[in-house]
Structures are given as structure tokens and as C-alpha cells.
Write a protein that binds this ligand. Structure first.
Ligand code: KIV
Length: 274
């Protein structure tokens, strides 16, 4: 697949062009995908960043947390997504324990995401303590997106998915971690479920783009889990999710209609037969 170079709005998104968007005051749109079909729809809609999130655990695999996702799962889903994308920047989540042990292991795993699944960048959760790893990946030629605030891979450490950084101490930690990640070479940062005022302050203080999820309107861009915003995943709905469609209900109705038609003999008709 190739992109029409004369069509500005279809120009390939890169880590550099995202930086340019921030400098030019252009907001960045980001959504998650886990397969070819959804990735193609997002890409053709003009989404700038497509994240192959480890949220695949909840919305595709049907488990309660992201901690059980493996490298093999992420490689598989990232490969499917990359096949469907021409324009957007494809970022792959590194799963829990694929980058925390040491920088060598992180580089090996991030390298697999790029070589085998064709992502263009990886995302990791955590602050200052991961900066040597970020540096290592960036020196190895792999762009890194940071992720601070609510970091779902640490659910067992925090014990809940509540809003983070409501204390001044935790807010200060986020401020420090954000600068440290930028200095280590991260090209962008996700801030999840923190007060809007803090997210705006961090976004304004950094050169790199800050993409918010549940972090208010002051970020340089916004990301949501596609299955949430489409009304496909409805086990719970955080306050920051806006439903842009009710596809779950529509699909349920279509399936029930099919079952009725098969039972009644309405389907198939003569026109649908040979
Ligand atoms: O896994 C994911 O979908 C994410 C987003 C919520 C940012 O990390």
C-alpha cells in the first residue's frame, strides 16, 4: 500500500510530524486497534496514532487486567494492525514484564515488535526508574512513548483504577517523571486519569506531545480505547469515555434478527440462493 504524496491530509504520520503538530497547536487524535479491519477503518478516518494497546486483555481476551498479556499476544495483534495501516503512526504496547527486568531484555522485546510486527514505536508504563531503558531503546533506533498517571500494568501495586495524582506529592512525582522521560528521549507521553489542571500544566511544560485519556482538554491530543468509544465494551464505563456509537447493541440486534430469520425460514431468500 502507498500513500498519495500530493495529499497533505494523507501524509504519513511520524514521530517528527507529531512534534510538528504540537508546535503548530494541532491536536493529535489517537485510538486503539487490535486487528486489520479496525485498524483500516481508523486509518481511513484520519486517526493520527493507532495504539495496539495491552487493553486487548479486557476488550478482546475478556480478562480483568492487562498483566497476563504476553509478548506473543502483542506481536500477533500488532502484526494484524500494521497490515491495515497506511498513514497513522502505529505504536505497540510492550506487555507487563517484557521491559521491567532490564534494558537488554526491553531492547530485545521492543526489537521484536518492530521487526516481526512492524510497529513504528513502543509504549511503556513508568517514570524515572525506566529512563535508562528508554535511552537504550531510543539509541537502538526504537521510538518510545511514555505512560504516566494510571498505569494499568501496576494494578496490583495500586489496588484500584482510581484517579491518580490527587495529592501534591504524587503530582510532583508526575511532573518529575514527565521531564525525565522527555530528557531520556521519549517522543510522546500518555497521561491517564489525572486531574485536568495537572495534565494541562505538564503538557504546557513539555516539548513532546502529551496524549491524554481521562486527563482533560489541556493535553496535546486525546486517546480512547476504540471498543469503549464504540459502545462495544460495556462491562464498565469510566467517566472519561464518550460513546460515539452503540455498536454493541446494534450488533446484538443484528445477531438476534439473523437467529429469528433462520428459525422462521426467512433467510435465505431465493435471491440469496443458487
Ligand atoms: O492499552 C491501552 O489501550 C492503553 C491506552 C488506554 C492508553 O494503554
Amino acid at each position: 500500500m502507498s500513500i498519495d504524496p500530493g495529499n497533505e491530509s494523507r501524509r504519513k504520520v511520524t514521530t517528527k510530524s507529531l512534534l510538528g503538530m504540537k508546535r503548530g497547536g494541532e491536536r493529535i487524535s489517537a485510538l486503539t486497534a487490535y486487528d486489520f479491519l479496525m485498524a483500516g477503518l481508523l486509518d481511513r478516518a484520519g486517526v493520527d496514532v493507532i495504539l495496539v494497546g495491552d487493553s486487548v486483555a479486557m476488550v478482546v481476551q475478556g480478562v480483568e487486567t492487562t498483566v497476563t498479556v504476553t509478548m506473543e499476544h502483542m506481536l500477533y495483534h500488532a502484526m494484524l494492525v500494521s497490515r491495515g495501516v497506511e498513514r497513522a503512526l502505529v505504536v505497540g504496547d510492550l506487555p507487563f514484564m517484557s521491559y521491567q527486568v532490564n534494558a537488554d531484555e526491553a531492547l530485545r522485546n521492543a526489537g521484536r515488535m518492530v521487526k516481526e510486527a512492524h510497529v513504528e514505536a513502543v509504549k511503556i508504563e513508568g517514570g524515572e526508574v525506566l529512563c535508562p531503558t528508554v535511552q537504550r531503546l531510543v539509541e537502538g533506533g526504537i521510538p518510545v512513548m511514555g505512560h504516566l498517571g494510571l498505569t494499568p500494568q501496576s494494578i496490583h501495586k495500586f489496588g484500584s483504577y482510581q484517579v491518580r495524582a490527587t495529592s501534591e506529592e504524587e503530582a510532583d512525582e508526575i511532573r518529575r517523571d514527565a521531564v525525565a522521560l522527555q530528557d531520556a528521549g521519549a517522543f510522546a507521553l500518555v497521561l491517564e486519569k489525572i486531574p485536568a489542571s495537572l495534565a494541562r500544566e505538564v503538557s504546557n511544560s513539555l516539548e513532546i506531545p502529551v496524549i491524554g485519556i481521562g486527563a482533560g482538554a489541556g493535553c496535546d491530543g486525546q486517546i480512547l480505547v476504540s471498543h469503549d468509544m464504540l459502545g462495544l465494551y460495556t462491562r464498565f464505563k469510566p467517566r472519561f469515555v464518550r460513546h460515539y456509537a452503540q455498536l454493541g447493541a446494534d450488533m446484538q440486534e443484528a445477531f438476534e434478527h439473523f437467529v429469528r430469520d433462520v428459525r422462521s425460514g426467512e433467510f435465505p431468500s431465493a435471491d440469496e440462493s443458487y
